[in-house]
Design a protein around this ligand. Structure first.
Ligand code: FES
Ligand code: FES
Length: 173
């Protein structure tokens, strides 16, 4: 069974909505029940399981993706609302890099910010959005910008250090 075969019981018999959008730079087309979240469509229909599901109510940030340049909790958005949108998931950030991970992911590893790892994709997506909008954030701005992303392992200081490290690397011409 593949990820795209997974159905929840309430999908059966539902009307389906056709969605076409761009995911990680490539065209994507899928059909979803009207109530399916973007988080679930990414994970179970497109197989992009780097986007984590946790609280499913906008509290933890584990499901963060970037849509049309903005950081979004994908558990709070219906997949049907993705029509025509440009979506970047954690899989898209480092896809073109030699090790398959982006500079933020490298920094998280260097800073020792990854413990159980569950929150890290969402943290990295939130940090990517932060650095795109504020390339040289202060510690306070990093804390504020990342405040919607919780870490059960409480590695916040190292996460902040990883974001700072990435900002410094990106500032080098
Ligand atoms: S799973 Fe979306 S914010 Fe927690
Ligand atoms: S590293 Fe474990 S939840 Fe953040």
């Amino acid at each position: 069974m593949t990820a795209s075969d997974v159905q929840s019981p309430d999908d059966i018999g539902s009307d389906q909505v056709n969605v076409t959008c761009t995911v990680n730079g490539k065209p994507a087309a899928f059909s979803v029940p009207p109530h399916r979240t973007l988080m679930d469509a990414l994970r179970y229909q497109l197989g992009l399981t780097g986007t984590k599901t946790c609280c499913a109510e906008g509290e933890c940030g584990a499901c963060t993706v970037i849509i049309d340049g903005a950081g979004v909790n994908s558990c709070l958005m219906l997949a049907a609302e993705a029509e025509g949108r440009d979506i970047v998931t954690i899989e898209g950030l480092g896809a073109e890099k030699p090790r398959g991970i982006c500079d933020l992911q490298e920094s998280f590893l260097e800073a020792g910010a990854v413990q159980c790892g569950f929150c890290i994709p969402g943290q990295v997506m939130a940090a990517e959005y932060l650095l795109r909008t504020n390339p040289d954030p202060s510690v306070e701005e990093i804390r504020e910008g990342m405040s919607g992303n919780l870490c059960r392992c409480a590695g916040y200081q190292r996460i902040v250090a990883a974001v700072q490290m990435t900002a410094q690397k990106r500032a080098i011409p």
